[in-house]
Design a protein around this ligand. Structure first.
Ligand SMILES: [Zn+2]
Ligand SMILES: [Zn+2]
Ligand SMILES: [Zn+2]
Length: 162
């Protein structure tokens, strides 16, 4: 069993690098899976990757309009659905918002640490939690096939300011 930090809380860093890497990875990942990363889908992915903070569908739509696109809301929502399906972004149910995933090709079930102050999100995968839930669910006859756990609190940077 190994646990990993899929996406840490980022302090000062060259974020253009994160975005560029995510886009390159998305191209490779989609090509490998035979999925079509259209110009609009790519643009939506870029918007989600603007920061390490989750963005709502409405914000994506607004940003697309700012960038000179005129997508109908369903078009923007479908692009987000595609990106979730392609595992390039995750949907955070508690916030009804989306966050880019830096590891789309590493099968994982996300656990998300959501900072309530700066809104940053870190993604971790603690296999002990996943196995514990699987085991307890199985003992009731339930077959858990997808886990998404959202945990709220304060990140280290915000915590040290209080
Ligand atoms: Zn970054
Ligand atoms: Zn992920
Ligand atoms: Zn924070």
């Amino acid at each position: 069993m190994s646990d990993k930090i899929i996406s840490p809380f980022f302090g000062q860093h060259n974020h253009a690098h994160c975005t560029q890497e995510a886009l390159e990875q998305a191209e490779v990942s989609c090509a490998g899976k035979g999925l079509k990363l259209t110009a609009l889908r790519k643009e939506v992915l870029t918007i989600v990757w603007q920061t390490h903070k989750p963005v709502g569908a409405y914000d994506v739509l607004e940003e697309l309009r700012t960038r000179g696109h005129k997508p109908s809301p369903p078009t923007a929502y479908r692009a987000l659905d595609f990106l979730v399906h392609a595992k390039l972004i995750h949907r955070l149910a508690s916030l009804n918002a989306y966050i880019g995933c830096p590891a789309p090709d590493e099968g994982h079930q996300g656990q998300f640490l959501i900072c309530t102050q700066c809104k940053s999100v870190a993604e971790i995968e603690d296999l002990r939690i996943i196995k514990a839930i699987d085991a307890t669910a199985a003992s009731t006859g339930f077959n858990a096939n997808r886990q998404s756990i959202e945990i709220t609190g304060l990140c280290g940077a915000c915590e040290s300011q209080t």
